[in-house]
Every structure is written in C-alpha cells, then in structure tokens.
Design a binder for this molecule. Structure first.
Ligand code: 5AD
Ligand code: SF4
Length: 463
C-alpha cells in the first residue's frame, strides 16, 4: 500500500469513529458487485478498506454506505445498475445521511459518468477501475466536506500491492496476476475500461499466495483478462506456464484454477505444465465466441475454427478427463445462417461441459458497433434459442460421464435446498450434493458420484 493511502485510511478511520459516536451505533457498508471474477476480487479489496476503516459489513442496500461496483461488458449490465439506483434513491429520501457510491468498469465510460453527474445528483462518490485503492481518501473527503467527489482517471497507473482484503471464503481466494487487456476483440469494451496489460511481479504473486495459504486458503484462482499472455512485458519476462508451475510448488496449496484463457495464446508449454501438476484443476474455460472463420476474423480473434479444434485436441490428448467450458456470442454484425451453423458445429464437435451464451451487445467506442449488417433482434433470438438447446443437451450428457466414480470435492457450503446436505465442487467445476454438516466446509473429501441430475451430482462421502 502507498504511504499516502495508509494515511488516508487512518483519516477515514477517525471520521468513521466520530460518526459512530455521534449516531451511537456502528456505520454499515454494503458493496454490490456486478460482472466478472475480476470485479468480485476488486470488491474484496473495497470491502477490506471499508472494514479496516471501521465500517460493519452489510449485505443490504439499506446500509449507511452503499457502493456499486459496476460492469459494462453488455448493455444489460448498465440497465441493471440504473434499476438499483432508482430503488436506492427512494431509500435515501427517507435517510438523507446515506452515502451512495459507484465505481468499476461502467464509470470508465465518459457518457455514463456525465449521465450520473447530471441526472443522478443523489450519487455522492464516483471513481473508476484504476483508482479503487483511493476509496479511503475519496470517501473521507465526502464525509468531511459533504461535497460530491467524482474522480475517474483515464489511464492506468502503477499496480498497488498489499491492500487490505475481505475474502468471501476462508479456504479459497482469487489472485490477480495481471490487469487490463491488449487484445482489442472488436466487440469488447474491456480494453477501454481496464487499460493496457500490466503483469504483477511473480515474486509478489507467490508471496501473496504463500500468505493466503498460511491463512487457511487451499484453492486459488489466478485472475487476468488473458492469463496466457502473462509476463510478456515484465522487465524479466516470465511465461504463464512458468508462473503456474511455481504456484503449484507452494506447500499446503491443494488446488489451482485460472481464468481467462485466450485460445490464440494457449501454449503447448502450458498444456504440459497443467498435465504434470495434479494440483491444477481439470477445467479450462476457453472462449470460442464463434465457429465461423469470417466472423472470428471480424472479431479480431486471431484463430480459426480448425486451429481452435486442433488446440482442443491437444488439450484432450494431454488430459482426457478435462472439462471444457466456453463463451459464445450470437448475432455479431454480419453473422449469416451459415456462420451460425459453424458455431453449432463447433459445439457439437467439442462437446463443451457448459457454455455461457451471449446475445451480441453493441458497445459505444468499439469497432463492431460501427460495422454494417447488424443482425435483426428476431433472428438473433431464434438462433440464441437453438444454441442454448444444443449447449444444454450436450452439457447435461457430458456431466453424466463421471457417474459411478469417486472424486475429491472441496466442500463450499451447506446445500440450501436440502437440510443435512452439503455442496462440494469437483476439480472440473461440477457440483455434488451429499450428506454432511458444517464441519466439512473448506475441506476436500472423496465423494462417490451416485446419480447425475442435469448439471450436478448427488453423491456419498467415502471414508
Ligand atoms: N456483446 C456480447 N457479449 C460480449 N462479451 C464481451 N463483449 C460482448 C459484447 N459486446 C462476452 C464474451 C466474453 C464474455 C466475458 O462476455 O463472450 O468472453
Ligand atoms: Fe468484468 Fe469486463 Fe464486466 Fe469489467 S466489463 S466487470 S472486466 S466483465
């Protein structure tokens, strides 16, 4: 943490303490997170700062301070935020002391900040993705001076290490290995709102994971927009495969996952490191986006259907048990029925365990938003339904394949639907529900997979 941030945290602490005394009760803070695992990890840092300053965590938007950590990858993420703002404005009318903040990807878009500034005067603080570590300073200024604070940077700066963090789970944690993205897929807004690629020093990453393990963590998820290009721009370049191998050597760490892989950069070196390290979970999320070479070119993805299928083949040869998941966009500009059939063909040939399917959403400032031949909504809807049907029928058959086997599961929670049961996650990311109690949470146990139910199993613990 930078020294000025540490000082800002001390100042905020004083302010929170004074307010707590004035009101005769602790102040509560609620962080609402939209979007991906990157944002979830950012929210853990935001909560870490708030707890260190003396706020009590709340999961209700009735809290004294509500902070929305936004996503803007598709238009519906933006729409959701505005829904919440309407609701929280009503709450603020009843409790004028309430403080409302917005941060994250959507706040890196100038038009959205302008809209908030003009039409949502009840929003007290706004900041972006590059300065989340300044939350203490910004919030303190709002609480001391009573004025609105809008502080959005238009460029990334240094990576700030050692922020306080409030982890959602005791036994697992996300770990950022890099920030930003240099790929500029033509539909995607992320490079504009998260900036250029910056990799953390491998020593800082390993030190963070060692500390997490000492603290009880047994599973980490290495996070980056494109982990396969990790380390290329470091003063002493390191490959993602080398980093992963080093992470696997950390004693006490039992499972390693990572997200997200771009097919164009997934190396044979990485496949070899995964295959030889049993700690690396047998799950790979490998977004294909489309099966049509023409569309892939227009998307600026730098691979073809054939090269994607060949990559899948190499991965499956090295790790036959691996589970593969993907992201697919339907209705990219210019997508014809033949293009769409190529996508369906990839799904049939790869047999993904599951796929996140998205309707193309034009994002202001991206090249695709200006492309001709935007596909009519009714055509997109019809294709989307066909794709979803196929993905689901293949996915549910795929998840039957391990029935009858015994596999290690990391118990994550009590099973909300059935008392007396817990929910565990297999290395391949599929869930299994089985008899057990709270004492199992955070432990890896061997579970016999008795029955497959669509996308999950019912099992029995083997002792
Ligand atoms: N429209 C639809 N889906 C998108 N994604 C990214 N940008 C868009 C967009 N403009 C999807 C991609 C990506 C996932 C995180 O979100 O499939 O892999
Ligand atoms: Fe995550 Fe991208 Fe959404 Fe930002 S815009 S929260 S990086 S999915």
């Amino acid at each position: 943490m930078l020294s000025e941030e540490r000082a800002a945290l001390e100042e905020l602490k004083k302010t929170v303490q004074e307010e707590t005394e004035r009101r005769g009760r602790p102040l509560s803070a609620c962080v609402v997170t939209f979007g991906c695992q990157m944002n979830e990890r950012d929210s853990e840092k935001l909560k870490g700062i708030l707890l260190a300053a003396g706020f009590e965590e709340s999961d209700s938007e009735e809290a004294d301070f509500v902070l929305y950590n936004t996503c803007t990858v598709r238009e519906n993420a933006n729409t959701r935020l505005y829904g919440h703002l309407g609701h929280v404005n009503n709450m603020k009318r009843q409790h004028p002391d309430k403080i409302i903040g917005i941060c994250g990807c959507m706040m890196q878009e100038k038009d959205e900040v302008e809209r908030i500034r003009v039409k949502y005067p009840f929003v007290d603080i706004v900041f972006g993705t590059y300065n989340i570590y300044r939350l203490a300073e910004i919030l303190n200024r709002r609480m001391r001076e009573g004025t609105r604070v809008i502080e959005v940077w238009d460029k990334e700066k240094e990576i700030v290490e050692d922020l306080p963090v409030k982890r959602e789970a005791a036994w697992k944690s996300g770990v950022n290995i890099m920030f930003g993205c240099n790929n500029f897929c033509s539909y995607c807004i992320v490079p504009y709102v998260r900036g250029r690629e910056r990799s953390r020093d491998p020593k800082d990453i390993l030190r963070e994971i060692e500390t997490l393990v000492r603290d009880g963590v047994i599973e980490v998820m290495l996070l980056g927009q494109n982990v396969n290009s990790y380390g290329k721009n470091l003063p002493e370049p390191v490959s993602f495969a080398q980093l992963l191998d080093a992470v696997c050597q950390i004693p006490g760490l039992e499972r390693v996952r990572f997200m997200t892989s771009h097919p164009k950069d997934l190396s044979d070196e990485l496949i070899a490191v995964m295959a030889k390290n049993p700690k690396v979970c047998r799950h790979l999320h490998l977004p294909v986006q489309s099966g049509s070479d023409g569309i892939l070119k227009a998307m600026n993805r730098h691979y073809t259907k054939e090269s994607y299928l060949a990559l899948v083949e190499r991965i499956r040869t090295a790790m036959p048990e691996i589970s593969l998941t993907t992201d697919i966009i339907v209705g990219f500009p210019g997508e014809t029925e033949e293009d769409f059939e190529e996508t369906m063909d990839v799904v049939r040939r790869v047999r993904f365990d599951s796929a996140f399917t998205f309707i193309y959403s034009p994002r202001t400032g991206t090249p695709a938003a200006k492309m001709p031949d935007q596909v009519p909504q009714e055509v997109i809807k019809e294709r989307f339904a066909r794709l979803l049907d196929l993905v689901q029928s293949i996915g549910s058959r795929q998840s039957l394949r391990d029935v009858g086997r015994t596999m290690p599961a990391l118990v994550e929670s009590l099973d909300e639907a059935t008392p007396g049961r817990v929910t565990g996650r297999l290395g391949n990311n599929v869930c299994v529900h089985f008899e057990g109690d709270e004492s199992l949470i955070g432990h890896i146990v061997n579970v016999h997979l008795d029955e497959a139910h669509g996308f999950y199993y019912i099992g029995t613990e083997e002792t």
